[in-house]
Design a protein around this ligand. Structure first.
Ligand code: GLA
Length: 382
């Protein structure tokens, strides 16, 4: 958490308010052990738990189903907390109708054309679940799996280790993939995600997180007033099935230019063929920094009304900005309000969609003996 964090705590002390009313006891002590409660049960009786974490003024709730961020609360410039991620308050809703709200995505974030690819001369057919395409790992992706969760406190960090092993052939993917995702809340209130995976056969991997952000608070209406900056001079245009054509197109002079922060609503109704096809923004930006050894800052989201900001740093080469185009008012969030088109947005750090079929894109192949490792850090401020 940047800037105001200290002011908030100092303000509370001055006013004689216990820090717990603002950010819990965590920021004073450097974090306490995550707490586990029963969230619900799957149809087969499997218990799904909710883990609550708090540190540096950020409060996070994570489900053992899909590694879902069920709630992420941060303060505004006056210290008032809001849950800034869209979701549900029952497991039944997540199972029955979630458009990947808050979930971990695997094995492959975004689309693989026709669910087909060839690796080392072998053809693979994946689960197809989005028209002709395979989306977000197929019909039963990592977002619909039960993860083993272990809490930790390390120095001033608190967090969760999430484990899931995807068996050879699951959703059509080769190799047994052992996945470990670490969610960390730092003493500054940053939410860091470390992804790791190993395989016993050559395969493809592209893990990401599908939180739907609304920095004004979930259920509060459109994100069109949010200002977004993306450090990318190019993006990957798509065909009508939202599969990249393979071109890297310059954003200059197009609605896709977020190199200077601008309100999301400013150009979203421009009748640009790419916006018409996707019903808004639903594209992969080619981050100027490319693949980096360490996470580097690539995007900033800001809600001018509340003052809440979120910065994203990653070592990944791509960022999918999805402006919530398919939300249509049929889903109701924990606030009791419905989600309509553009009421939340996703910023998914990733390798490019359909890379297994695009030899010119950075490779998503993982081989036995290698470890897949990527990191994304969300820094909140106001
Ligand atoms: C991703 C995709 C979108 C959409 C959402 C889920 O962000 O890019 O096209 O499928 O997931 O609804």
């Amino acid at each position: 958490m940047e800037l105001n964090r200290r002011t908030v705590i100092a303000g509370a002390a001055a006013a004689g308010i216990a820090a717990t009313t603002l950010g819990g006891t965590a920021h004073a002590t450097g974090g306490r052990k995550p707490v586990k409660t029963l969230f619900g049960k799957l149809a087969d009786g499997t218990k799904i738990y909710s883990w609550s974490l708090e540190n540096g003024g950020t409060r996070l709730k994570v489900l053992s189903y899909g590694g879902i961020v069920q709630s992420l609360e941060i303060p505004d410039r006056r210290g008032r907390y809001a849950n800034v991620s869209a979701g549900f308050d029952t497991i039944e809703d997540y199972v029955a109708k979630s458009p990947y709200f808050g979930a971990l995505i695997g094995r492959y974030g975004n689309r693989i054309g026709k669910g087909k690819f060839t690796l080392d001369g072998k053809n693979y057919q994946l689960s197809v679940n989005d028209g002709e395409q395979s989306l977000h790992g197929g019909a039963q992706g990592f977002d619909k799996r039960v993860w083993d969760i272990e809490p930790f406190t390390k120095g001033s960090d608190v967090g969760l280790y999430l484990y899931y092993t995807s068996v050879d052939g699951e959703m059509g993917y080769p190799g047994t993939l052992k996945t470990k995702v670490t969610y960390t809340l730092t003493k500054h209130g940053d939410w860091r995600i470390d992804y790791e995976a190993t395989t016993d056969k050559a395969t493809v991997v592209n893990l990401t997180s599908h939180v739907y952000w609304n920095l004004a608070g979930e259920g509060s209406g459109t994100i069109e007033d949010h200002e977004l900056h993306i450090a990318a001079s190019r993006y990957t245009p798509t065909d009508s099935g939202l599969i990249p054509t393979g071109e890297l197109t310059k954003v200059a002079g197009t609605p896709f230019d977020f190199r200077k922060a601008k309100p999301i609503g400013r150009d979203i109704r421009v009748s640009h063929p790419q916006l018409v096809t996707a019903k808004g923004f639903d594209h992969n930006w080619v981050l100027d920094k490319g693949i980096t050894a360490r996470p580097e800052h690539v995007a900033t989201l800001r809600d001018p009304a509340s003052g809440r900001t979120m910065k994203i740093a990653t070592n990944e080469p791509g960022l999918q900005f999805y402006s919530g185009n398919f939300l249509d008012g049929t889903l109701t969030g924990p606030s009791g309000r419905t989600y309509r088109q553009g009421d939340a947005l996703c910023l998914e750090t990733q390798h490019f969609p359909d890379s297994p079929n695009k030899p010119s894109f950075p490779s998503t192949v993982l081989r036995p003996g290698q470890t897949y490792r990527t990191t994304t850090v969300h820094t909140f401020g106001c």
